[in-house]
Design a protein around this ligand. Structure first.
Ligand SMILES: [Zn+2]
Length: 320
């Protein structure tokens, strides 16, 4: 890939400083804490064997077919991007729809760099999550320290951290360009911003505790928890949140699944006739995984996301 220009280099230097401060401030200090169980009234109730009413054979033949391309496998809110699974830039080009946070936020909160953007579809949820966090904590200090990153940006991060701290350190803390969840536009790093413009430690803030316990209500999950580092391959990051949407965030939180575990778990539900049924505050859903390439189009409201590995996850909203 091409080298960045001077402006990019300046932005990178600033980012590295921020990143370094964050890493130094909170690396591994927090004890592992289990996800706080959600209120029984809000907890997703799971019915393993529930099935939608079966259609008569002749009517099934009349249903439209829904087919999935390779591109579908590599795009959507549930894609797994990790050291083992590269982000597919081309597959997401049409749907990424980046929105500059500062220019589109529904109320003012701080962003570390004016150019920070996220996938437009997650911005309303991000706004609501930050507003709710500020309200719960009683301050207006929640802001964004990192958001969408291009390949070149991540390349610069890797280069500068390697130069400053050596290759071993960089490998431990910086995702290889092309393998960062920040490429998806669905991940943000949350920080603490004081009125004078200086930044505090998010990991040690009350905001971090609130965010860890409540982010699922807005469709986000804490992606790199301390008790999942062996699975995610990423050190504990209290500040990194990933949008997966509802009902997935509620179910993952209830089960304490990281995205790797959730994607594996969904492989046990491979048919629309034996879906994973989840009820959360947003409603009731049937969820199933398929690698079939084509299925009967679900009736009613549904969404499709690739898992970025081997198939797609279909989420159907149940009526009533
Ligand atoms: Zn991050």
């Amino acid at each position: 890939m091409k080298n960045g220009n001077n402006h990019a280099a300046q932005r990178l230097s600033a980012l590295i400083l921020t990143l370094t401060l964050i890493l130094c401030a909170c690396g591994g200090k927090k004890p592992a804490e289990p996800v706080t169980p959600v209120e029984p009234t809000q907890a997703p109730a799971v019915t393993e064997a529930a099935s939608s009413s079966s259609e008569p054979a002749e009517s099934a033949e009349e249903r439209a077919r829904l087919s999935f391309s390779e591109k579908d496998i590599h795009s959507g809110d549930l894609i797994l991007v990790s050291a083992a699974h590269a982000y597919d830039f081309e597959a997401n080009d049409d749907t990424l729809d980046l929105k500059n946070i500062r220019e589109n936020q529904s109320f003012y909160y701080q962003v570390d760099k004016l150019e920070f953007s996220v996938a437009g579809r997650i911005l309303p949820a991000l706004d609501r999550m930050i507003a709710a966090c500020d309200e719960a904590v009683g301050t207006k200090e929640t802001g964004i320290t990192s958001a969408y990153r291009t390949y070149e940006y991540q390349e610069g991060v890797m280069r500068e951290i390697t130069e400053a701290y050596g290759e071993a350190y960089a490998k431990k803390y910086v995702a290889i360009p092309g393998f960062s969840e920040h490429h998806t536009g669905l991940a943000v790093d949350i920080g603490i911003f004081y009125e004078d413009g200086s930044q505090g430690s998010f990991s040690e803030s009350r905001n971090a505790v609130w965010m860890r316990e409540n982010c699922y209500r807005f469709g986000f999950v804490r992606r790199y928890a301390e008790d999942k580092t062996k699975i995610t391959g990423i050190s504990n990051e209290a500040w990194h949140f990933r949008y997966v949407g509802m009902p997935h965030a509620a179910f993952m939180t209830e089960k304490n699944f990281c995205l790797e575990e959730y994607i594996d778990y969904l492989r046990e539900h491979t048919s629309e006739n034996a879906p994973l049924s989840v009820t959360c505050a947003d409603g009731s859903y049937d969820i199933f995984f398929t690698d079939a390439g084509e299925i009967d189009e679900p009736s009613g409201e549904y969404t499709v996301s690739g898992n970025n590995v081997d198939g797609v996850i279909v989420t159907v909203k149940r009526e009533g």
